[in-house]
Write a protein that binds this ligand. Structure first.
Ligand code: HEM
Ligand code: HEM
Length: 157
């Protein structure tokens, strides 16, 4: 297999990663906004873009959910690209710590989505779990980006 023929695949990976990081940022902002609203605190003006005075908590939960589903899909797409690309090129997996970083991110994102489905009044552990998982996810995203960037160098002409 010619090396540069795989470059387009890693370009999709880089773009999907950019969108994932954007989704993460918007999830953090809407999550913070939802938290402020739940405690009847004022919403910082830089967050009022999403609805102005008619912003309600349920609207923000909807936006948060749409972005959450998008982020889960993007991360699963990245996993598929990584595995298909690596198998196509080497015929085997496990060529660097990027594999472990990738698996950690996928695991955390799925656990975060699962914990989100459990958030309700009678399950007081679900919300703190969701927030903790997403904080650790930040480190996971940093690790997978750095290791991904370093393995992608091998494919550059
Ligand atoms: C994996 C995708 C995600 C899904 C499906 C998701 C979904 C949800 C849901 C359903 C809730 C409960 C909303 C309610 O109170 O009714 C919630 C709360 C929350 N989420 Fe997420 N979320 C995701 C990712 C994230 C990320 C990446 C962050 C932060 C970086 C985040 C931060 C928060 C916060 C802070 C709350 C609590 C808000 C409050 O205290 O009122 N979420 N999320
Ligand atoms: C959530 C994000 C990501 C996930 C879940 C993910 C997942 C994976 C997985 C599981 C592999 C197989 C690794 C192996 O078996 O050694 C892989 C390979 C690869 N990924 Fe990612 N990846 C992500 C982000 C990125 C990013 C941002 C880039 C850079 C543009 C990237 C570039 C690559 C490259 C070049 C390989 C081939 C590995 C090699 O040649 O050693 N990935 N990815």
């Amino acid at each position: 297999m010619q090396l540069p023929s795989f470059l387009w695949l890693w370009k999709i990976a880089a773009w999907s990663m950019g969108l994932s990081l954007m989704a993460y940022l918007l999830l953090a902002l809407t999550g913070f906004g939802m938290w402020r609203m739940r405690h009847s605190l004022s919403i910082p003006s830089f967050l009022l873009f999403a609805g102005g005075r008619w912003a309600t908590r349920s609207l923000w939960v909807k936006l948060h959910l749409i972005m959450g589903v998008s982020m889960v899909s993007l991360v699963l797409l990245l996993l598929a690209i990584g595995i298909i690309g690596t198998l196509g090129h080497f015929g085997s997996l496990g060529h660097s710590s990027h594999l472990w970083a990738g698996l950690m991110v996928v695991g955390l994102v799925l656990l975060s989505a699962f914990s989100a489905t459990q958030i309700r009044v009678r399950k007081p552990w679900a919300r703190p779990l969701h927030i903790t998982l997403n904080t650790v996810l930040f480190v996971g995203f940093a690790w997978v980006s750095l290791t991904g960037w370093s393995v992608v160098q091998k494919y550059l002409p």
